[in-house]
Design a protein around this ligand. Sequence first.
Ligand code: FES
Length: 229
Amino acid sequence: MSHEGGEPVVVERRRALKILTTLSFIFGLGSLLSLLKSVTAPQLEIPEWPKLRLANIKDLKENTWYLFSYPIADIPCILVKLGKAVPEGVGPDKDIVGYVMICQHARYYGTIYIPPKDKRDPNILTYLKTVPPNILELYPEKNMLYCPAHAALYDLEERGSVLTGPPFCSLCRVLLEYDEASGDIYAVSLAPPAPAVPGVTQCSTNPEELKRIMLGKRLLSETLLTEKV
Ligand code: FES
């Protein structure tokens, strides 16, 4: 069928023009989007938690507190071999745990480790003289972290939960890994705190948020474990 000199030729040309216009709009928009993407501020990538060697199992004594920083220099942490197996414990006896030492009440940094009563040698653990005697009588079987600021006690055998005092949240835990072949112990990440009692909303329990806050800083590439006396 010939369309020479007739209206159908004009209609076909118009349709072709329309298709071309549409295609050029789509491709043009695509280029515009990629251009916009390239000029928008880049999203900072959140790095992975660093894996840092802390110690070898041979270096650790029971019911002794060891200090280190993780994952940045400003975050003081404690490592303890509790002397009794706990669900999150690592090592051959499943009794090694790690926590961020910062109190969850008002962010006090100077928290103190209290071992079970029968492990407290007053000649070695002289720092226990700074803890009020009535506090030392509480929970005599437990490994605890004490906050002198407002007399809080945390349970190091129960995921850092609050035993007494004003904190709304448990301690932040340092997740550990144990290499059976070498005996080395590593810090591999942090776990967020949990509400001290059900319904408490003051805790930031979101692991991704914790990661974003912590890993936006200058990460350590190594850390030093020191015995605290
Ligand atoms: S800051 Fe630790 S109990 Fe208040």
